[in-house]
Write a protein that binds this ligand. Structure first.
Ligand SMILES: Nc1ncnc2c1ncn2[C@@H]1O[C@H](COP(=O)(O)OP(=O)(O)OP(=O)(O)O)[C@@H](O)[C@H]1O
Ligand SMILES: O=C(O)c1ccc[n+]([C@@H]2O[C@H](COP(=O)([O-])O)[C@@H](O)[C@H]2O)c1
Length: 220
């Protein structure tokens, strides 16, 4: 018997881009479950984002429109202090109970640095991992890889935690850093869903030059 899974995809999302959305879509389709996209309030291992939490959440809401299984979630934004993923995992584990599969979605670059995350050793008892491929990502430590046994989507759905799904798609060489650079240079980015690009120009985020044309080619 399998119980419905819940997937959590945390990020700085400064701003959300097509690789985040395609990755979330791939996990939702592979596991047949909703994916909650959680912008962090205080990123634990990097500088504070340029856009506010409210703006990053608004962009996620625009990006997820029409995809009811991709759900922006403001839980981390409402917490105080550094946004340790451990707190988020514990909260959602308590919410869904001990038996349902809980899945943390991360990019392969995050997987390669998971050994530096706060109390990552507690994760295998709390959640599975779904790892999105990312060009240029390094490899995880042996300890991290060994803590989550690689499995199939069915394997993840058959247990509450401790397994790992390695996705092979999407393979997109995109980053929020690159998007911000494109926006500052030319006011547009093909890596953005059109409504997110429009929001950025309306709110003059990321140093977009005044009068930038509405020519994003990405779609939600
Ligand atoms: N192109 C990508 N392919 C796969 N995973 C990605 C990609 N971009 C981001 N991710 C993953 O999405 C999560 C949130 O990432 P984040 O919001 O920091 O985006 P980013 O593009 O890496 O941003 P920045 O360039 O500002 O560092 C992380 O787990 C990251 O590994
Ligand atoms: O809990 C930690 O130690 C930890 C360390 C680094 C990153 N994270 C979370 O991992 C997610 C992706 O991080 P980032 O910096 O790539 O946006 C985001 O939700 C971060 O809050 C969490």
């Amino acid at each position: 018997m399998t119980l419905p899974a819940l997937a959590l995809f945390g990020g700085t999302f400064d701003p959300v881009h097509q690789a985040h959305l395609s990755g979330a879509r791939a996990v939702a389709d592979a596991l047949g479950c909703p994916v909650r996209l959680l912008p962090n309030a205080v990123p634990p291992h990097r500088a504070q984002p340029l856009a506010t939490g409210e703006q990053r959440l608004a962009m996620l809401q625009l990006a997820c429109q029409g995809q009811p299984d991709l759900i922006p979630d403001d839980w981390e934004l409402r917490q105080q202090g550094p946004s340790w993923s451990l707190n988020t995992l514990r909260h959602f584990r308590t919410e869904i109970g001990p038996y349902r599969p809980l899945v943390l979605v991360i990019g392969a670059d995050s997987f390669a640095t998971l050994h530096k995350w706060h109390r990552w050793q507690d994760y295998p008892a709390l959640c599975h991992l779904a790892v999105l491929p990312r060009p240029g990502a390094g490899s995880p430590t042996l300890e991290v890889a060994g803590a989550f046994h690689e499995n199939t989507p069915q394997g993840l759905l058959a247990a509450p935690a401790g397994r790992r799904l390695m996705l092979s798609e999407p393979w997109l060489d995109l980053s929020a850093t690159g998007v911000r650079q494109d926006l500052a240079r030319q006011g547009t980015s093909t890596a953005l869903p059109a409504p997110v690009g429009a929001y950025i120009r309306t709110h003059r985020l990321y140093n977009v030059p005044p009068g930038s044309p509405l020519t994003d080619s990405g779609t939600a």
